[in-house]
Design a protein around this ligand. Sequence first.
Ligand SMILES: *Cc1c(COP(=O)(O)O)cnc(C)c1O
Length: 481
Amino acid sequence: MVSPAAVALAPAPQHEPRDRSALPAFPSAATLDPALAGFLRAASDQLCRWWSESAQRSPLPLLSVLPDAAPAAQGLPPEALLEDLQLVMDGAFNPVHPGSMAHLDPPPLTASVAADLICAGLNNNLLAEELSPSLSRLERSLTAWMAEALGLGERGGGVAASGGSLSNLMALVVARQQAGLQGASDALVFCSADAHVSIAKALMVMGLPPQALRQVPVDGEGRMCPEQLRHELDQAHAAGLPVLAVVATAGTTVRGAVDPLADLAALCRERAIWFHVDGAIGAVFGLSPLHRSRVPDLHCADSLTVNPQKLLGITKTSSLLLLRRPELLAQCFATGLPYMEPSWAEAHGGESGLQGTRPAEVLKLWLGLRQLGLSGIEALLSGAIQRRELLQQLLSPLPLELCGGPLHLLAFTPAGLDAVAAERWSLQTRQRLLEQQLMLSRPLYRGRHHLKAVLGNPNTGEVQLRALAAVLAESCSSSPA
Ligand SMILES: *Cc1c(COP(=O)(O)O)cnc(C)c1O
């Protein structure tokens, strides 16, 4: 056993004599170390170079070499660390590439990259206020602003979460508590057939059986049918089954469809059912007066998931769970933090959700939004919509079934192919597109493979969209009908 005295006598690392050019393992508490500042500059130069060379590469790298995963016997010097980093960077997916249109992963907003660095350097902890005094307050203010901006009222607010799956899970746990259904294994959750897989995952974590999830059919545009929901709620009621929540989607993952929120909310209000809106993709459109009508009636939600990491480009992860009554979070999740000073406000960050220790993800969201301003947010949304509209226009003469919606997503598959032929077409066409540095994804939707374009990348221009349409035209003329 090491006695406390022996520990106290061990020299602290920064007191060891060292080479003046070597990278210190920890920042000095007393001097500005030029080697440390130089290292951070070199790392950001390397990143800027990686970004700037994107167009010469491909969204998906070819074969890449991974550096050793395990630490070497001796620590590496800074140059070797940067070389190792470069190897990983060379093998990374590149969201900055203009042909990067496959997923909801746009280029990073530059101010949010800087904020992420500062966040790491501050190394605060949103668990408790004494570990993140300014940042805890910033999170409360920003979530309150966002909740109000999206219509959840002036008392609205919420919590940041590491991804939309976690936001959806927390929303359903709060909903269950509000319904008094903890421990009820027969409780049901209704969502649409096109809802995100994280809803099913949440129910799994909550200990509910697979049949707890009821997927309501969608209409031809991919929107949940209120009449179908009414019918299924009536059936559940007749069978004596309790309902935990209805989850609507504002922006479905394949085509960006927006469920009819007002109609669904009215059904929920009638029956006192919690109404959660998964706006991981679409809710940000509610921040712009010009685009708000694409996601109408967000204000009807009891809880709302927003993912600024998607279209807004806030560096990952950035998701918010917003509630009309944010105090319900602590009512649900607070267990007491007996080893912490009491909170200065309503509740500690670690009492307002599932996560304990968590980084101050709010910093990059806040700085990114400040960088854009309201006009910049609107311009970003407008750009994405214009690209989707142009692509839709370019593809509409082709024999493709287009699946879109009011947002910036467009999925398509050749008309009249069976499942096997559609899969073959999607594989071949995706490969042909990749050969031209154009990356689309290949979702299975309504039993057939589609190709999907997400037009949130501001670097994508008309050139890429025309090249994309040309490959698709070619694929349609050569595909076996
Ligand atoms: C992306 C997405 C999620 C999940 O968010 P993660 O951040 O990936 O966990 C939930 N719902 C919808 C509609 C999404 O598109």
